[in-house]
Design a protein. Structure first.
Length: 331
């Protein structure tokens, strides 16, 4: 039986349609073309742009950060407004960086050691703190694409950071609703979600600080979320908390790999704005009260089609409660 469910965080409706699970579809992931010299592998550092940051162990790097060679925005650009009388445009100012997650070309979160995942998270934290120093940058978009269906152009594990002087309309609406929820309830919407889902059958795994669950209105088959109980950003987490988060990431991807094999996915880091500006001045000082950091993992098993593009609503053929049951058994 199909259902139309409301996604509280994204303010959108999702169609849960298990009948569509039985339609013919190819699950195998096409492999990215092999390259003779991977620019992200050790020994090929000269093939990337100049290193911004790295973590080294025994003289060898375990993570690297470089400017994106094919950048979407640039620090050297100006954020100037222009209009032709109908359409608006701004200069392409911003930061676009690549985190090379690991020196291992074929690594995954399921195969990486916990300390390797910790170094990855530590790198994200360091980049947030550094980019925050540029007061022109308001919001950071941190995301990982794995596989062709998820938009990846390189097979070596990597993550992107795009820092912009503005927030998207979705992001502005998200934080506006989060602020309104807090004013009306006296509690963060995400704190409520944590407490509710931690007692629900959509719970997959939890610890003192983090919860993995399958969202009630999951837009993607096997979509999973890791949410923090107390922290609004990775920036505020101590090393022991980053290590606790590393355990959750490894457990989730190990379970997903056991069920889905080598699957394509997007991994999205939901973060608050890092600097105050005209868009967020009403709630910026309340960020720690109204928001909680979370990671959204969206396996790209099925392709997005016409209905999704036209309505901005998703059709998910796998019931979230069943996803949680399957993954719980593998953790």
């Amino acid at each position: 039986m199909s259902e139309i469910r409301y996604d509280l965080i994204h303010n959108e409706y999702v169609l849960i349609a298990p009948e569509r699970l039985h339609r013919p579809i190819e699950f195998a992931t096409p492999k990215l073309s092999k390259i003779s010299e991977c620019p992200f592998c050790p020994g090929n550092e000269n093939l990337t742009t100049k290193e911004i940051f790295s973590i080294k162990v025994n003289g060898k790097w375990v993570t690297r950060v470089v400017p994106n060679l094919y950048k979407a925005v640039g620090i050297e650009s100006n954020f100037d407004f222009d209009t032709d009388g109908l359409n608006e445009k701004f200069g392409g100012f911003g930061a676009h960086e690549i985190i090379i997650d690991t020196p291992k070309h074929n690594a995954s979160f399921a195969s990486m050691d916990l300390i390797e995942i910790y170094y990855f998270l530590k790198t994200i934290k360091e980049r947030i703190m550094d980019l925050k120093k540029d007061r022109r940058i308001t919001h950071l978009n941190i995301f990982k694409n794995k596989g062709l269906k998820a938009g990846a152009s390189q097979p070596h594990p990597h993550t992107q950071i795009i820092g912009l002087p503005i927030m998207s309309n979705f992001q502005k609406e998200l934080f506006k609703r989060s602020f309104e929820f807090y004013k009306n309830r006296g509690k963060s919407m995400y704190e409520e979600i944590f407490l509710f889902e931690n007692k629900n059958k959509r719970k997959i795994y939890s610890s003192n600080e983090f919860l993995i669950y399958a969202p009630f209105a999951s837009a993607f088959a096997f979509e999973s979320v890791i949410i923090s109980k107390n922290y609004s950003s990775i920036e505020n987490m101590e090393d022991k908390t980053l290590k606790e988060l590393s355990v959750h990431i490894k457990k989730l991807f190990t379970a997903l790999n056991m069920e889905l094999g080598d699957f394509d996915f997007n991994m999205l880091f939901y973060l608050p704005p890092i600097n105050k500006n005209f868009e967020n001045k009403d709630y910026f000082d309340e960020i720690n009260n109204i928001f909680r950091f979370f990671i959204r993992v969206t396996p790209r098993i099925y392709n997005i089609a016409g209905f999704e593009l036209m309505s901005s609503s998703a059709i998910n053929p796998v019931v979230p409660e069943e996803v949680a049951k399957i993954l719980r058994e593998k953790i």
